[in-house]
Design a protein around this ligand. Structure first.
Ligand SMILES: NC(=O)c1ccc[n+]([C@@H]2O[C@H](COP(=O)([O-])OP(=O)(O)OC[C@H]3O[C@@H](n4cnc5c(N)ncnc54)[C@H](OP(=O)(O)O)[C@@H]3O)[C@@H](O)[C@H]2O)c1
Length: 275
């Protein structure tokens, strides 16, 4: 599998992370192609990693069995139309990481039926700690599913959803989620300073606490609720703090925020698909 020829269309942040992760995982750089209209962007990537660069998307696509579309969602319509002929002729697996573009729209731009996987990654993918959900259409074989999963695993966790509509919920949870966690970290820092801590100390303690709690929960077989109860001694400080958070409606607030994000994801997909 690590010799399978891949073509990344768009040599931006995500392509850079994915290609870096794949090579670190042992993928053969000689099997990796990338295209971008910006020669500087392209040179920065190909020179460093020893992969093939193309200024023309179609020439990259012709060289590969798997295409990974790494352009901005607004650019995908044009790129899809440009690649339609090559895709219909060669029928590669096409993987889109563009947020909010539905498979039906991409398939239309690519000129009709073909094996397609839509992914919803998140920004921690840029530091190889992403969370990606994937959805495949019926034309994708099980070997192609394995390849798609392997590619996204190069930048973190990868899991499948059964229905494409679930990707809107994924967008609301892990897609927008890093920003929710950053907000919590900001609030912890601010409150820590108000309670008398030095700025640098408040920042480091907030960051390490978020990291440590996530790591502990990931490494544990227990639910987050059980871990929370374990650190909440009756009559203690944590119990007092949690009482304030629960009475202030934190759970409802998070639910409402996610519903708003999910609804906006649907609206944006409608707008992108109108192209
Ligand atoms: N970054 C994230 O954390 C993240 C998270 C979730 C999903 N995504 C998705 O990942 C995709 C890529 O995001 P990114 O952050 O990597 O964006 P990016 O850094 O802007 O990369 C896109 C690249 O595509 C190039 N490009 C523009 N038009 C092109 C064309 N016609 N053909 C080929 N390449 C073209 C761009 O060049 P120019 O700069 O010259 O336009 C740029 O180098 C997006 O669809 C986004 O929704 C990203």
């Amino acid at each position: 599998m690590k010799q399978t020829a891949l073509a990344f269309i768009g040599a931006g942040n995500m392509a850079r992370s994915l290609i870096g992760g794949l090579i670190a995982d042992g993928w053969d750089p000689a099997a990796i192609h990338v295209s971008d209209p910006d020669p500087e962007q392209l040179g920065a990537l190909t020179g460093r990693l020893g992969i093939h660069g193309h200024s023309d998307n179609r020439s990259a696509a012709r060289a590969a069995e798997v295409l990974v579309l790494c352009v901005k969602p607004q650019q995908l319509h044009e790129v899809g139309r440009e690649l339609a002929e090559v895709v219909q002729e060669r029928r590669p697996l096409v993987i889109s990481i563009a947020a909010g573009v539905r498979l039906g729209d991409l398939q239309r731009w690519l000129g009709g039926d073909c094996p397609l996987v839509r992914c919803m990654p998140n920004t921690p993918a840029l530091v190889q700690s992403g969370a990606t959900a994937l959805f495949a259409n019926e034309a994708v074989s099980s070997a192609q599913r394995d390849i798609a999963e392997n590619i996204m695993r190069a930048v973190g966790l990868a899991l499948w959803v059964e229905e494409e509509a679930q990707l809107d919920a994924v967008t609301a949870l892990s897609g927008s989620g890093p920003a929710y966690i950053f907000l919590v970290i900001e609030a912890l820092e601010e409150a820590g300073r108000e309670l008398g801590l030095e700025e640098g100390s408040a920042r480091l303690l907030a960051l390490q606490t978020a990291f440590g709690a996530a790591r502990m929960a990931l490494e544990s077989s227990e639910d987050a609720a059980v871990l929370r109860q374990r650190v909440t001694s009756p009559g203690g400080t944590t119990e007092k703090a949690l009482e304030v958070l629960e009475n202030g409606g934190l759970r409802t607030l998070i639910r409402d925020a996610m519903v708003a994000a999910r609804d906006r994801a649907r609206e944006l997909a409608d707008q992108l698909g109108a192209a």
